[in-house]
Write a protein that binds this ligand. Structure first.
Ligand code: ZN
Length: 513
């Protein structure tokens, strides 16, 4: 068995390294590459991507899995090797079910659509991209056909990013969450709006970046195994467990935009940096799901970075960094400003309370598109109607409406959004468990140190990589399955005092939450 396992790992390592090289080409393309590099880079990325796919779907990997699976049954249930065989089988089957001709067709179409979107969005031109999106929906449905046996056409996509979840399990969860969120949103809407003008001062970009870097160094982001660079749309990427990078953007007239994107991406990166090094080169050397990944970024960004204890320590420091903007602003005014709740048009700018309503709109619409219940031609109207009914706002154009997110224009339609909300829910559940196990987390945050929280996350989440499914990980770390109650409690406990809400305004907390 040892020999077959070693052979498997060797083959997996080759596929892994090729995928990492592809990421490196991507990273360079979005950070430093001069314009003139674009044509060759597109070709190179697709070549390496194809090689990575070929290496991972090689018949020899299938043969080794066939040979190893019966033996894996005799391994202890918590064995790393058993997990490796199980996870590799799942991904191998997924990757080999789709003919490579289809993969090529899809990726070519997606690349062209993405290019068109970068022009269509600023031009507010949905009509020109509509036929391409129609074809994306068609191809996405075709893709789903390669995975028969699912109840809903969106399920294979959801399973890919958030294995273990389906439309049928997410819908009731989101419905309960909505019932808990809407009364809080409405109660806040009835209060006077928050003044956040203190954040709209001009601040030197170098100082903004330096402040963010100082914070994530204290969080525990390891600069020996990572770095930060500038880009248009912040992301995290890795080239090995020893090189996990983040990017950010900055706006000169927005004091905290780059800061919160930095904290967010550092949360993703610390997850990857914390994975056991002996998983390197295997499918276990990844975060286990989109939802768990997002729970890490949102925890550091929101539960820590937008919390009162955090700013007790960091406010004097940010004041010193931006004296012209913040000298005469109290910590209370600043804290209110960074936690302003206001129904808005753009998901990525949304506050913690309304954010998930944006996600639910997209989740529902993409299922309707896949099911054929909604035509792409009617999508803008359906989008606007949902924003009106769910958030009470109306986009003046498509730019900040149906064209705002890259997901449908830079990939398939399906499974792209639920992870954000699953991550928000899980972030509060994990944080509650962490504070219960290590009460010093609260006082440490006030002092600008984070050893206890980072240590708990490393122990209970990070180190395991993809060894456990999201559900297994959640149960092991918190003692129960994913639940919305800690998240709704967290929002209420934070926003009720901020907006002077009374207990009666919370509405009934959904049963079974
Ligand atoms: Zn994220």
């Amino acid at each position: 068995m040892r020999e077959a396992l070693d052979q498997l790992k060797q083959r997996l390592f080759e596929a892994y390294d090729l995928a990492m090289v592809r990421s490196l080409l991507n990273w360079d393309q979005t950070t430093y590459m001069p314009k003139g590099g674009a044509p060759a880079r597109g070709r190179q990325i697709s070549l390496i991507g194809r090689r990575a796919h070929e290496a991972f779907t090689h018949v020899e990997i299938g043969r080794l899995l066939d040979q190893l699976e019966p033996l894996a049954a005799s391994l202890p249930p918590d064995s790393d090797d058993a997990a490796l065989i199980k996870v590799t089988r799942r991904e191998y089957d997924r990757a080999t079910r789709v003919p490579s001709s289809f993969v090529a067709e899809m990726s070519q179409h997606v690349a062209a659509t993405y290019q068109a979107w970068t022009v269509a969005r600023p031009a507010n031109d949905f009509a020109s991209i509509r036929p391409m999106l129609e074809h994306t929906v068609e191809l996405s449905r075709k893709y789903a056909d390669f995975f028969p046996g699912w109840k809903n056409v969106a399920d294979p996509f959801i399973d890919h990013d958030d294995h273990g979840m389906t439309v049928a399990t997410i819908r009731p969860l989101f419905d309960s969450l909505r019932k808990g969120l809407v009364p809080i949103v409405q109660a806040i809407a009835a209060k006077p709006p928050t003044d956040d003008s203190c954040l709209r001062h001009t601040a030197p970009i170098e100082a903004q970046l330096a402040f963010g870097l100082d914070v994530i160094r204290r969080f525990g982001y390891d600069f020996e195994r990572g770095r930060q660079d500038l880009t248009h749309h912040p992301f995290m990427t890795k080239f090995s467990l020893g090189d996990v990078r983040i990017t950010t953007r900055s706006r000169e007239n927005d004091l905290t935009d780059s800061l919160f994107s930095t904290l967010h991406e550092a949360g993703h990166a610390m997850y990857e940096q914390g994975i056991r090094r002996d998983f390197e080169g295997t499918p276990l050397a990844n975060g286990t799901s989109a939802g768990v990944h997002e729970s890490q970024s949102r925890m550091w960004e929101n539960l820590i970075g937008r919390s009162r204890p955090f700013w007790e320590h960091f406010y004097p420091k940010i004041q010193a960094s931006f004296p012209a903007a913040l000298r005469d602003v109290s910590v209370d005014t600043f804290y209110r400003a960074i936690n302003k709740v206001e129904p808005s048009l753009v998901r990525t700018d949304a506050d913690e309370v309304t954010y998930n309503l944006h996600v639910m709109i997209r989740f529902d619409l993409e299922i309707q598109l896949l099911e054929g219940k909604l035509a792409v031609a009617d999508l803008p109207e359906a989008w606007n109607a949902r924003y009106k009914s769910d958030l009470g706002v109306q986009a003046p154009d498509h730019r900040d409406g149906v064209l705002q997110d890259v997901h449908w224009y830079g990939g398939h339609v399906g499974g792209a959004f639920q992870g954000y909300t699953l991550g928000n829910i899980l972030s509060a559940q994990l944080f509650r468990a962490a504070v219960m196990a290590k009460p010093s987390i609260q006082s440490e945050t006030r002092e600008g140190t984070f050893e206890s929280l980072r240590g708990w996350l490393r122990e209970n989440v990070h180190q395991h990589g993809a060894k456990y499914t999201a559900d297994e990980l959640t149960r092991r770390a918190t003692g129960g399955p994913l639940a919305i109650e800690p998240y709704l409690d967290y929002l209420w406990d934070k926003y009720a005092p901020l907006y002077g809400l009374k207990a009666g305004e919370r509405g009934a907390v959904p049963a079974g939450a």
